[in-house]
Write a protein that binds this ligand. Structure first.
Ligand code: B12
Ligand code: SF4
Length: 484
């Protein structure tokens, strides 16, 4: 069987180009003996690459992956390939179809969507297709029949024993060098799930899909994850010389035993500076020391809001200011860089509360700070509440072209404009910088894409700049406090 996989990240404000879920599905499909290809596109202009590859490769099945913002593009592409060959079977998986399988009713150009962990279900689906059997009873799928949604049962979530024997996410067919060039680091993802209940996040919604109260974490063993890193480094020696490791688990190392084993193996066998994401209330001095010893270069903390009401009542973060302040202090004490991640524009937030967020950022002095404007994803408690209360401007919501950069809620114009203002001036406000300094910084940032496009010299300069930043990070890391 021939399977064409398609990853899209159109309108994304990051140049994200590696989908772990898709890479896992690609890995099992390849190892089951099917012929696979991938097209990854970051702009609508890339549609042609998909149709050209489709015509040349002539796949039996096309598999897309989607977060909510990509659904409309995936539908476009499915329509285009079905125009070329109406017999081709098209399917989509990912967080959007898991949380909102009803989306299949919005199109008659997609045969089925997958919900949840689908490695085994997809292989069974392909077997049915290969044997010309009906696939309608396959696990984990939803499809439309007479305009009604049919949702089949899901297999259990994969646990450690099963994750240990899965092939690593594909980095052979997936052009990983290109991914690293685009995103500027080597992305890894080891732990599925997060048991916290933040109301704006997918995890609580994913738990509900499985009839659970919490979306508990699951990971392959530390040894298996280290082997994945070693395999990737052997294939791509630029990991560690040119690119840092970025561990994109929702919360890195929540399971203490797993974390200690993983970090011990990491400093023995990998030794490459890495970045990870953490909650302020899971760190303590032992944890930070362990991270430092293992060459952790930066921790990205969800600060989310400086307003107690927004953070703990609206967002359900269950965290006092003091915990946030202590986590940043502790991290800086051990000379690990920090990023503070913030969300503004949730319903119920006032300008005063927004300023509390800016002030808390100023107080904890993160190395970098960023903010997103709240987006009401379907299947999340706060997102669903916004829909139920008629707060969502549906045209703006369905457009997604300004996802997290503009509010799609029905606020008055003044507040909508203010949110855009705070979002675009975030770094200046947090750093309490003058407008002039920000203009210079903006100019430098904007010049980057201009410089990159200068023939021959441009990419060399960008590459040099990246290497410089990386070396700096590497040096800083080895100079800092040594542990015995
Ligand atoms: C790692 C991560 C990233 C990585 C990788 C993204 C990716 N596409 O894999 C990066 C940093 C690039 C990223 C970027 C973005 N992310 Co992100 N990310 C995550 C995170 C933390 C984990 C996802 C993951 O890898 N899970 C592990 C894998 C194994 O699970 P999975 O993806 O669900 O895949 C399984 C199934 O869904 C299914 N499946 C998936 N694809 C396919 C395809 C086929 C053919 C089949 C059969 C099955 C199938 O099988 C897979 C294996 O079991 C989630 C949080 C979460 N809990 O999901 C947010 C999350 C997915 N991200 C989110 C968002 C919003 C984004 C961005 C839009 C942010 C932005 N820049 O604006 C971009 C979108 C990029 C894109 N085009 O996909 C939201 C999505 C919400 C929504 N409903 O849309 C989430 C849920 C976080 C949140 N806010 O709650 N993200
Ligand atoms: S801690 Fe982070 S990943 Fe976990 S539920 Fe909250 S926002 Fe989501």
């Amino acid at each position: 069987m021939k399977v064409l996989f398609v990853y899209t990240n159109i309108n994304g404000f990051h140049a994200d180009s590696y989908g772990f879920g898709l890479a896992y599905i690609m890995g099992v499909t390849r190892d089951a003996g099917h012929e696979i290809k991938l097209v990854s596109i970051l702009e609508k202009e890339g549609y042609k690459e998909v149709t050209d590859t489709f015509k040349e490769f002539k796949p039996d099945v096309v598999g897309f992956t989607t977060v909510s913002s990509q659904w409309s593009f995936v539908v476009d592409l499915s329509t285009l390939v079905k125009e070329i060959d109406p017999k081709v079977i098209t399917v989509t998986g990912g967080v959007h179809t898991t949380l909102y399988p009803e989306c299949i009713l919005e199109t008659d150009k997609m045969d089925a969507v997958f919900m949840g962990d689908s490695e085994h279900a997809f292989l069974e689906f392909l077997e049915k297709v290969k044997n010309n059997e009906s696939w309608e009873s396959c696990d984990n799928i939803a499809y439309s029949k007479d305009n009604k949604l049919i949702k089949n049962k899901k297999k259990n979530l994969l646990q450690e024993e099963e994750l240990n024997i899965l092939p690593h996410p594909d980095r052979e067919t997936y052009p990983f060098t290109k991914v690293m060039e685009t995103v500027g680091y080597a992305p890894f993802h080891f732990t599925r799930g997060c048991p916290f209940t933040c109301t704006y996040c997918a995890n609580i919604g994913l738990a509900k899909v499985y009839g659970l109260n919490r979306y508990n974490i699951r990971a392959a063993s530390p040894e298996r994850c280290i082997q994945e890193l070693e395999e990737a480094i052997e294939m791509y020696p630029e990991i560690g010389t040119k690119y840092m490791v970025s561990i994109l688990d929702d919360i890195f190392g929540l399971n203490k035993k797993w974390r200690r084993e993983f970090l011990a193996l990491y400093r023995e066998r990998i030794k490459i500076p890495f970045v990870c994401l953490l909650r302020c209330d899971v760190v303590n001095e032992d944890f930070i020391i362990d991270l430092k010893k293992s060459k952790c270069h930066r921790i990205q903390f969800g600060l989310e809001s400086g307003s107690d009401h927004v953070r703990n009542v609206i967002m359900d973060r269950k965290m006092p200011d003091s915990t946030i302040i202590e986590a940043f202090e502790l991290t800086h004490k051990y000379k690990i860089e920090t990023t503070a991640l913030n969300v503004i524009g949730v319903p119920g937030e006032t300008e005063e509360m927004l300023w509390e967020t800016i002030n808390l950022n100023r107080k904890v002095k993160p190395t970098a700070s960023g903010c997103n404007i709240f987006y009401p994803y379907r299947g999340t408690p706060l997102g669903d509440k916004c829909f139920e209360e008629g707060l969502v401007d549906l045209d703006k919501f369905n457009d997604f072209s300004n996802e997290r950069r503009q509010s799609v809620l029905n606020y008055d114009k003044e507040w909508l404009d203010k949110l855009i203002y705070y979002h675009s001036n975030w770094i200046r406000l947090v750093n309490n910088e003058s407008v002039a300094k920000v203009s210079i910084n903006n100019f430098i940032q904007n010049s980057k894409s201009f410089i990159k496009n200068i023939p021959v010299a441009g990419p060399l300069m960008v590459n040099f700049n990246r290497k410089f930043i990386y070396r700096n990070a590497l040096e800083k890391n080895s100079k800092s406090i040594s542990f015995k």
